[in-house]
Design a protein around this ligand. Structure first.
Ligand SMILES: [Ca+2]
Ligand SMILES: [Ca+2]
Ligand SMILES: [Zn+2]
Length: 461
């Protein structure tokens, strides 16, 4: 069965949009992945593009991101307010499968101009911006590689001409979950309750089974426990993982990479015994910086499993953090326990972390950070399934970029505002009938123009 987001490169003469639309109307329960996925799901980086970032051209007119200006002008919102909704949406997917996310800074480089499909040091893999589309679609997203094999992969734009809210229409979290689903490689679902249903039909509080099945089909099933939990669950004092033998006898340190809080009920207990040549100070770090958006809560207990020697929480953290806890008066053969848990049971209570122990007097060992750098493909290509106008003859690449799109504004708004949009009338009517009173989530046109100029460097057609 073909995916509705069959986004292989479209030749100029083809109009794959036709097939895409018709397939969406077929009745079926589950639509899984599109065949596209991040090459390094262990760490997908997210950035918010600064206002003024060139997002492309729309019918030859440059468009610049104005997401911060728009959302910060919303009554009661600060940057943290709306970014938290988007990051919660990101984490909602991470809870279900083998994905971790990190927030990074963004250079403001023009869309599509980066050198990496993933891991660009100048920007996130999923760059989030916005502009006023001039229509009633809510947002758009580009699928991950390989269909989009360059920097534009995964990028999301919100229609800043629309009004967003939190907990009411148009609910930002609901729309963000949908677009991030595309940015992770999902197509649409026909299940009305699914986040990946192609039209906005109300506030959604989380993923439906359809969404979960789909994302797990792309990233290797349910989120995988770390090696310790996989070997023997360490969710209690009694089953704590013993790390004593892993403490370096010279440096009196240990680094534990690739630890994971895998579900909201996962607790990770560790224990160790101070070596005979211990210093009097114990330092424990639990790091999510550069590893995930997990908000960790860490507690060091004495041997009695009750006395708290130190504790720290990253509740409410914006990004990954590193918690450093210290105990003093340590004596040889003293037994300790460390508990690592989510700071809360929200979507931010899941993710990867690393831990170091230091009973010596030197520095603590470095945590291993994922290297996700993946250069742009050559030649650069976008899938172009949503292309709505033919590239000019001699265009060197397929430049339109595959983005996943939702149908369609009701009542002919598209025709009014975008007379050139090429959806065939029969398809358009079919959607029209299905979508009355709903709101399209994705932009389904204009991206051909939007991207072509950037990738060719010509600026416009
Ligand atoms: Ca990207
Ligand atoms: Ca555990
Ligand atoms: Zn969509």
């Amino acid at each position: 069965m073909r995916s509705p987001h069959r986004l292989r490169g479209a030749s100029p003469a083809r109009r794959p949009t036709v097939r895409l639309r018709l397939e969406e109307l077929e009745a079926r329960a589950v639509l899984s992945g599109t065949g596209n996925a991040w090459p390094h799901p262990e760490l997908v980086k997210v950035s918010f593009v600064p206002d003024g970032t060139l997002l492309g051209t729309n019918n030859g007119v440059p468009i610049y991101s104005n997401l911060f200006a728009k959302f910060n002008a919303h009554a009661g919102w600060t940057t943290a307010t709306w970014e938290d909704q988007i990051l919660k949406a990101v984490q909602t997917w991470a809870q279900q499968t083998n994905l971790n996310f990190d927030v990074v800074s963004d250079s403001g480089a023009s869309t599509g101009s980066g050198s990496y499909q993933q891991g660009d040091p100048q920007m996130g893999d999923i760059r989030i911006g916005g502009w006023a589309f001039g229509n009633s679609n809510l947002a758009m997203a580009f699928l991950p590689p390989p269909v989009d094999n360059y920097s534009i992969a995964g990028d999301v734009s919100f229609n800043t001409g629309m009004t967003y809210n939190i907990g009411s229409t148009y609910d930002l979290y609901t729309v963000a979950m949908h677009e991030i689903g595309h940015a992770l490689g999902l197509g649409h679902s026909t299940a009305g309750g699914a986040v990946m249903y192609p039209t906005y039909n109300g506030v959604k509080s989380g993923l439906a089974s359809d969404d979960i099945t789909s994302i797990q089909s792309v990233y290797g099933g349910a989120r995988t426990a770390d090696a310790y939990d996989a070997a023997a669950s360490n969710n209690t004092f009694a089953t704590a993982t013993n790390l004593t033998s892993q403490i370096n006898p010279t440096t009196l340190t240990s680094v534990q990479n690739n630890l994971d809080l895998t579900t909201t009920s996962d607790l990770d207990y560790y224990t160790f015994t101070a070596p005979a040549n211990t210093s009097s100070t114990l330092t424990v770090t639990v790091q999510t910086t550069g590893l995930s958006l997990l908000r960790q809560a860490v507690t060091i207990y004495a041997a009695d499993q009750t006395t708290v020697l130190a504790s720290a929480s990253s509740a409410g953290a914006y990004d990954g953090t590193t918690q450093t806890l210290t105990g003093t008066g340590v004596t040889p053969n003293q037994v300790f326990y460390v508990k690592v848990a989510g700071a809360d049971t929200t979507a931010f209570g899941t993710g990867r972390y690393a831990m170091t122990l230091n009973l010596g007097t030197g520095s603590s060992p470095a945590v291993t950070l994922p290297n996700t750098q993946t250069l742009n493909g050559s030649p650069i290509q976008g899938g172009g399934s949503e292309t709505l106008s033919a590239p000019p003859p001699g265009t060197p690449h397929r430049l339109t970029g595959a983005h996943a799109a939702l149908p369609v504004p009701a009542h002919g708004a598209r025709h009014t505002h975008h007379p050139a949009h090429p959806l065939p009338s029969h398809s358009h009517r079919a959607h029209h009938a299905a979508l009355v009173s709903h709101q399209s989530l994705d932009q389904v046109f204009a991206e051909g123009n939007l991207l072509r100029g950037l990738v060719t460097g010509k600026g416009r057609r």
